[in-house]
Design a protein around this ligand. Structure first.
Ligand code: NDP
Length: 286
């Protein structure tokens, strides 16, 4: 029987655990762990993501502070806000919702966040710590994927993990994290040859591409654990549905465990942002 890894349920559990710890944090330090969320412009998808993050922060017993900035804000003003948040003792985590409008320098903004408050785990210091196998602020999506893998696998040591996609926010940190877990890791991407063959040798297959239902049943080794990060809005008979990067109906019978879309990695990503904020707050006040 294939196990369906229920991201909604697992995320609720993570949020519950954060809420319990956040209460203890408040009792001990007299403040709630604080998350500042910076939203530039009016991109509808970003607005939804930010709304969900703020809602989840409240449920987690965190203090969330939203900073909405106009789309035409200049780099200097944004830098000043980050600087102010870096220095604010009530702010333990800073998240700048990406993508930013084209005239802003995304890397400069990421690099200006204090690594200790970088709850997205995108700062080069955290990237370097993770790559060198040290404790780091781990990006939320790969962290969520790892928690899901641990639900169905006692030990990841020696497993062949194939990560499809090499983005800075998912594919690369996922590969680094799996390497830290002693997996044998292969990363494949748009220029990879024989991608189906490589995927079909994976014990663990993590797919983060952005191409609806790309991974078919014959790409998957029987008994593999499949984590589908993709979120694709696909039109069907005039209505929009969310689809993953994995052909779920075809692949589920082949896999030993699989994440659904929606209700898989998505909720875990937000829950892990709460977890990272609590971790950041705890580290800053210890
Ligand atoms: P990016 O577009 O940044 O990266 C996509 C990666 O997939 C690239 O490395 C690209 O290769 C690779 N790729 C593209 N086409 C192919 C192909 N045909 N075969 C093999 N590899 C291919 O996307 P993200 O990593 O940001 O996101 C990936 C997906 O995950 C998206 O659907 C996104 O919406 C979703 N997502 C979901 C999250 C969640 O919480 N569930 C969080 C973040 C993202 P190359 O580098 O060569 O171009």
């Amino acid at each position: 029987m294939t196990r369906i890894i229920d991201g909604k349920q697992l995320a609720a559990q993570v949020v519950d655990d954060v809420a319990t710890e956040a209460k203890l944090f408040l009792d001990k330090h007299g403040v709630k762990p604080g998350l500042a969320v910076v939203l530039v412009g009016e991109d509808p998808a970003s607005q939804v993501y930010v709304r969900n993050k703020i809602k989840r922060a409240e449920e987690s017993g965190l203090n969330s502070i939203e900073h909405k900035l106009p789309a035409d804000i200049d780099q200097n003003t944004l830098d000043q806000l980050i600087d102010q948040l870096n220095q604010d003792p009530a702010v333990h985590g800073i998240l700048v919702q990406l993508p930013l409008p084209d005239h802003l320098d995304e890397n400069a903004v990421i690099n200006s966040i204090l690594p200790a408050k970088d709850v997205d785990g995108f700062h080069p210091v955290n990237v370097g710590l993770l790559s060198s196998g040290q404790d780091a602020m781990v990006p939320c999506t790969p962290l969520g994927c790892l928690i899901m893998l641990r639900q169905v696998m006692d030990d990841l040591t020696g497993k062949h993990a194939v990560v499809v996609g090499r983005s800075n926010i998912v594919g690369k940190p996922m590969a680094a994290l799996l390497l830290r877990e002693n997996c044998t890791v292969t990363t494949v991407h748009s220029r990879t040859q024989n991608i189906e063959q490589i995927c079909s040798e994976a014990d663990i297959l993590v797919v983060a591409v952005g191409s609806p239902e790309m991974v078919k049943a014959d790409w998957v080794k029987p008994g593999a654990v499949v984590i589908d990060v993709g979120i694709n809005s696909v039109e069907h008979d005039g209505a929009y549905k969310l689809k993953g990067d994995v052909d779920y109906q075809a692949v589920a019978p082949v896999a030993s465990a699989i994440t659904p879309v929606p209700g898989g990695v998505g909720p875990m990503t937000i829950a892990c942002l709460m977890k990272n904020t609590l971790t950041a707050a705890t580290q800053q006040l210890s």
